[in-house]
Design a binder for this molecule. Structure first.
Ligand SMILES: [Zn+2]
Length: 333
């Protein structure tokens, strides 16, 4: 019985390729795993780390860790001394102290006699000071060490960090692979009722992992609530009342949903209905797509971006005021 998670079927060839390179001593010391958000990149990095540390996989010619050897048991228990995960703690950023302690750790000797592996995610959470500190580790990686950086924003990394890593863009599932996987891998009752899987895949822009993750955290219920309010707002409900309800929700998620809806309105206005993601909101999209003018859509998009930036910034913006402003503009689109 394997204690490791299994690779996503469409990630298996990439894992096999990296396992082969490792066995042939041709694996780079630093990898940059890039790909869209919620596509299983960090899980892939952990699977690769386990494969590198596993005692049995190389001799058995396996693509994934065995899940049963002493190394795999330590990994499953979260206590493998030669495996380190670096991720933000109590902050949105990976701090320079974390990178310094990582570099110190990498200078030591592997305790289990094999490799030392670091999984660092999300790599774009390193600020400039952290990234510059990491460069030292990338320049002098030390023997028998593997550093795996994971990001959905590779463009946000320092070019010098990017250039010192071997980049791997993880593939996405095909529509058929995604639907088959959703049918097998997601327990019954987890997917939202009333929406078919093909629609869920379209809402997630073809990403089945996003469907699975978001089904488990109540996202589709929150999405229904947000779109219900936006529908009322577009149909003439008082902007202040709509804003008051939106302000009680997760502000960033509301803005993300709103932005996605607006993008679809622009697509409908441009006659590209088939490219819309929010296909279950077609009626609202068509009403707005028919009546909104392109300039007003662009202005509203700018407003959403400003609202998002203020929510991400260091100050504590007044969500109610932000949403009142947006709802007034939304009502007159
Ligand atoms: Zn093993």
């Amino acid at each position: 019985m394997s204690a490791q998670p299994t690779p996503l079927p469409w990630h298996e060839p990439a894992l096999a390729e990296l396992a082969n390179r490792f066995d042939a001593n041709r694996l780079a010391h630093a990898l940059l795993l890039a790909g869209r958000r919620l596509t299983g990149k960090t899980t892939f990095a952990r699977l690769l780390a386990a494969r590198v540390l596993c005692r049995e996989a190389s001799t058995g010619g396996r693509n994934a860790a065995c899940g049963t050897c002493s190394e795999c048991q330590l990994i499953a228990a979260g206590t493998h001394p030669d495996l380190l995960e670096i991720t933000p703690v109590d902050s949105k950023q990976i701090k320079v102290e974390q990178i310094r302690s990582l570099l110190g750790w990498m200078r030591g000797t592997p305790q289990r006699g094999g490799y030392r592996v670091v999984v660092l995610w999300p790599a774009h959470a390193m600020n400039g000071i952290s990234a510059n500190a990491l460069l030292k580790g990338l320049e002098e990686p030390g023997r028998d060490s593997l550093l795996i950086l994971v990001t959905d924003q590779p463009g946000a990394l320092l070019p010098t960090v990017r250039s010192r890593c071997q980049r791997l863009n993880l593939p996405l599932a095909s529509q058929q692979e995604g639907l088959t996987w959703l049918g097998h891998a997601v327990p019954a009752g987890v997917l939202p009722v009333g929406t078919d899987q093909a629609t869920l895949m379209q809402i997630a822009d073809g990403n089945p992992v996003e469907v699975a993750v978001r089904s488990g955290d109540g996202f589709y219920e929150r999405r229904d609530a947000v779109f219900g309010l936006l529908r009322e707002g577009a149909a003439g409900a008082p902007p202040l009342a709509v804003a008051a309800q939106l302000a009680r929700m997760d502000g960033l998620e509301v803005i993300e949903l709103w932005s996605g809806l607006l993008l679809d309105v622009a697509k409908v206005a441009a006659g590209a209905v088939s490219h819309c993601r929010n296909v279950d909101q077609r009626e609202l999209l068509e009403v707005l797509g028919d009546r909104a003018d392109p300039g007003a859509l662009a202005d509203f998009s700018d407003e959403l971006i400003r609202a998002q930036q203020s929510l991400l910034g260091p100050s504590n913006p007044n969500l109610q005021l932000r949403f009142e402003h947006l709802c007034r503009a939304w009502a007159t689109l």
